[in-house]
Design a protein around this ligand. Structure first.
Ligand SMILES: Cc1ncc(COP(=O)(O)O)c(C=O)c1O
Length: 440
């Protein structure tokens, strides 16, 4: 495996300089990075070990090849990077802070818990890092129309916003069930001019939204840019989404060195398709001393149909145009999945995570709905930060790890999004007596 992606995204390159206006912290962080084969950027050829690839109809390959060529041409181009940097900084408000949860840490009585505050991005989640990057590529390709799928609605909202910003037409496919769970996000997308189309087939959640968005795109691939929301799909999407999300780990690494003078013991993130997790992990993969932990939804428990813990419970297969771990039913088709969290209930996962799991470089754990809800309430009460239900999975796992670690240990959690979108759903559950907030 070879390539240029993460080399070219190092601080110090044109366009990223102002993201690291930090008195040289990022430059020192880059200099302290050990030379490791694990640090080499992956998937110039679309493969992460045996995973990834392009399992698509023949007539789509040229469209993907054109996208790959556009990405390779621009991703390290100084003008492209300057424009990307402009929107990340001025539109989304980067860099996002690193926050020490002093109250939560004291309460748990073990490792220090730091949050990478991706919830403070414009629109409330990490998704915008990727939509800005991809829409700038769409612009260079002369596309006037974007199409996307969404689960929790956060990627849909980020796509609708960036399409509005760039004056492009936008269609979002979303499972009818998720539209119900995330009504506010549907309204936000429509306010910003997007056409939101319900996916009515199957379980009417994220998998069906991807199926229907892909079908719509295949019908008009010449004119439409498919703005994929996670590090999944056929090449070049996993490589491209990783690249645009790697700003998370690059900033977090530098900020951690500045705050603590050392790297964290663990970097923890929730995993749906895997974009916020790979964005966090990307800059730590070469640091063997940093445990990389992805957290999947165990839902109601790890029995068929009750969870979406793809890496913990699945096996390799092909879905949505790429080879990776997936959850299958007895006929080998994508399994029925479930999570309280609309952004995590997907039966597949990004190919790089499959490779990191097989290599033993990253670990994957799972957290139930109940544990995630507990973390949702605990962070709100202890720190005054309401986390997204997706991010609450990562936090819940960190809360399990922290008490068993020494007080000088450090856990870095990616707070991928804010929980405002989930408050109505949780309030209904509390009102119906299905959930009781913990008394702290
Ligand atoms: C806030 C938030 N975090 C995490 C995710 C999961 O996506 P990914 O695994 O690609 O980061 C979503 C998906 O919608 C989300 O909205």
């Amino acid at each position: 495996m070879s390539g240029t992606s993460s080399q070219s995204s190092r601080p110090g390159l044109p366009g990223f300089v102002s993201l690291a206006s930090d008195g040289g912290v990022a430059a020192r962080a880059a200099a302290s990075r050990p030379a490791s084969p694990l640090a080499s950027p992956p998937a110039l050829d679309g493969m992460f070990g045996p995973y990834g690839g392009q399992y698509v109809p023949e007539h789509i390959k040229p469209v993907l090849d054109e996208l790959a060529a556009t990405f390779e041409r621009y991703h390290a181009d100084p003008d492209f990077l300057a424009e990307l940097d402009y929107y990340l900084t001025r539109y989304s408000g980067r860099q996002t802070p690193l926050f020490l949860c002093a109250n939560l840490t004291a309460r748990l009585g073990g490792a220090k818990i730091y949050l990478k505050r991706e919830d403070l991005n414009h629109l409330g989640a990490h998704k915008v890092n990727n939509t800005i990057g991809q829409i700038l590529l769409a612009k260079r390709m002369g596309k006037k129309k974007v199409i996307a799928e969404t689960g929790a609605g956060q990627h849909g909202v980020a796509t609708a916003a960036t399409a509005a910003l760039m004056g492009m037409r936008c269609t979002i496919h979303m499972g009818a069930e998720d539209m119900e769970r995330q009504k506010l996000n549907v309204f936000r997308m429509r306010m910003m001019g997007a056409d939101v189309v319900p996916a009515m087939s199957g379980q009417r959640t994220l998998k069906e939204a991807v199926d229907e968005a892909l079908a719509a795109w295949l019908g008009d691939a010449e004119n439409t840019f498919y703005l994929l929301g996670s590090a999944v799909g056929p090449h070049p999407y996993p490589r491209m989404v990783r690249h645009f999300q790697s700003v998370i780990g690059r900033e977090a690494r530098a900020q951690m060195l500045e705050a603590e003078g050392r790297l964290p013991d663990c970097a923890v993130a929730c995993v749906g398709g895997g974009s916020n997790a790979i964005g966090l992990f990307a800059d730590f993969i070469g640091d063997a001393g940093v445990r990389l932990i992805g957290v999947e939804p165990a839902g109601r428990g790890l029995t068929y149909g009750d969870h979406a813990a793809t890496l913990c419970m699945g096996s390799p297969g092909v879905m949505h145009g790429f080879h990776s771990y997936m959850l299958k039913d007895e006929t080998g088709e994508p399994a029925a999945v479930y999570s309280i969290s609309a952004g995590l209930d997907y039966p597949g996962v990004g190919p790089e995570h499959s490779h990191l799991k097989d290599m033993g470089r990253a670990e994957y754990a799972s957290v139930t709905d109940v544990e995630a809800l507990d973390a949702f309430f605990v962070l709100s009460r202890t720190e005054g930060i309401i986390p997204a239900l997706e991010s609450s999975h990562a936090l819940a796992h960190a809360m399990k790890l922290a008490p068993a670690m020494g007080r000088d240990a450090i856990i870095l959690v990616n707070l991928s999004g804010r929980g405002d979108k989930d408050v109505a759903q949780v309030e209904e559950m509390v009102s119906a007596g299905l959930v009781t907030p913990p008394t702290l």
